[in-house]
Design a protein around this ligand. Sequence first.
Ligand SMILES: [Zn+2]
Length: 247
Amino acid sequence: MNDEQLLRYSRHILLDEIGIEGQQRLVNAKALVVGAGGLGSPAALYLAAAGLGHISLADGDQVDLTNLQRQILHTQERIGQPKACSGQVALAHINPEVQVEAINSRLAGEALAAQVADADVVLDCCDNFATRHAVNRECVRQRTPLVSGAAIRFAGQLAVFDSRHKDTPCYSCLFPEGDDVEEERCAVMGVFAPLTGIIGAMQAAEALKLIAGAGEVVLGRLWLLDGLSMEWRSVNFSKDPQCSVCA
Ligand SMILES: [Zn+2]
């Protein structure tokens, strides 16, 4: 790191749990953020501000007026632009040192595999089960840590998966593919604006801790936030020996 970087990241470097070594790991690291919406916005903003060196931001949608209530990467002026490009502009304004790759498509197949192969950590900030399961499959296959978040109405969820550790569950152990779960979309169900900020910022926190080697990342636990009572609860879950992805 040069002098300006040492200054920019000084409040991280002051933390014993991060220090110069941890910050250097962040500067050298690469994160894949799947989705530049309500969760991806705060997640990517914090990753960039904190100096995570390379960020790939993937989203196939364009900025819409209805996004601006919560998707703080985007602005009124960028309505109609691809969200990944709009996000790239926002991140460059916060920290021009960070290299941001904008991927203007819904990641799947070989493109997804290649992006996961390149990443030290993946943040699932998407809004549909097909992508969530595809991202999980690649993260398990390539043993890449995955920080998963969700937010709908006043309900938030957070869980971290790390297939580098044996016998830890994957996303599919928790939410098996093909289960009869009704897909709940913000477009029809609504979502409380700052809830996406809370969950997305926590995704960034867990990703930064994973890379910097700070503190404890709890595996096999799903955090649930009730935004109306502002109460957290957590449930433990374990590896499903019949899981179609990781067993
Ligand atoms: Zn599994």
